[in-house]
Design a protein around this ligand. Sequence first.
Ligand code: GDP
Ligand code: ZN
Length: 364
Amino acid sequence: MDHVSSGCTTTHPSTLRRLGWTEEDQKAFLKYSGPYVPGRVACRQKTVWDVLTEDGSVTAGISGALRKLGRFPAVGDFIVLLHQPEAGVSTIVDILPQRTRFTRGSSGREGTDQVIAANVDIVFIVTAAGHDLNARRIERYLAIAHASGARPVIVINKSDRAEDPHLLAERIIPVSAGIPVIPISALSGDGIRGLDPYLAPGTTIALIGSSGVGKSTLINRLLDNPVQETSQIRESDGRGRHTTTVRQLFLLKGGALMIDNPGLREVGVGTASTGMAETFPDILELAEGCKFSDCRHEQELGCAVQEAARSGILSSSRLESFHRLMRELSFEQEKAEIGLVRSEKRRWKGITKMAREIKRGKGE
Ligand code: GDP
Ligand code: ZN
């Protein structure tokens, strides 16, 4: 039976699904009809967005309402587009709820300009055999990945440099907390098939990791059509102006999608605060035995974590990295809180001043 259009929005679910569109998005989109079409942000350039729709790519601006709210769509966002080709304008009027998000800094206002990438399902934490293969660094990236809500997978690249690729994985397993660890060589293609389970059609992948570990090499290997997909897109924005942008969301072989942008590549530990528990589940579990519920596992009496470290159940380097990450995070948080305290003080100053003036006004 043919799908009968309601006469409002004609959607071709198969095309949308190729862009990572899910049932949830469909539900959120239901309230829109008429000239509205769904799309996914492939690139943002200041005030111009490239949006992939079922009819191809469109250059769009955002509505005044979104701008006023400071809601700027990020790469990966599913959005509602007011598409008026006859008028030569396309406007993003809404951002559908984000399943996951990478943000810039822990003090960021959620859902605003601080979002680097949205709706990433799986994040490949890429490291490489050699000096980059560092458990501490991986813990840091794990915290970032967990904080985003995306599922992490640890990828050890340049396995061609190691005598035994499996030994590479073994070095990382103690910090991986049950996360898959996959050795590959992006250069030779060895082990690449190990990534297949995570590259299902419609799945959105992102890569994080230090510069030089081979992220670009891996992306090129996974791309459907490297030349076409990484090439620059030129679109008329309807005002006779051509914009040239590098797309940051593209299709991989087999139908998965990849988000790669400079912001993600530079993502820092500041975004990791909510990912600590998932990164250190062993410490969290031990902490249940601590005497004090607010134990920081430093010098406290009756600290089960310190006890585990002393008896060798917990490696002392793992406890050290927990403490180091906590210190970095609390520094980030302090910075944010100092800002808060300041504005609170200012508010109180205002209130007390007002109270005094009221008293004076009453003739006291
Ligand atoms: P990115 O900065 O993470 O994007 O890293 P690139 O993809 O630019 O790679 C950095 C360097 O590592 C380049 O010279 C690549 O050729 C090299 N490289 C990438 N993958 C591999 C690999 O699997 N094995 C080896 N030996 N070199 C690799
Ligand atoms: Zn403790």
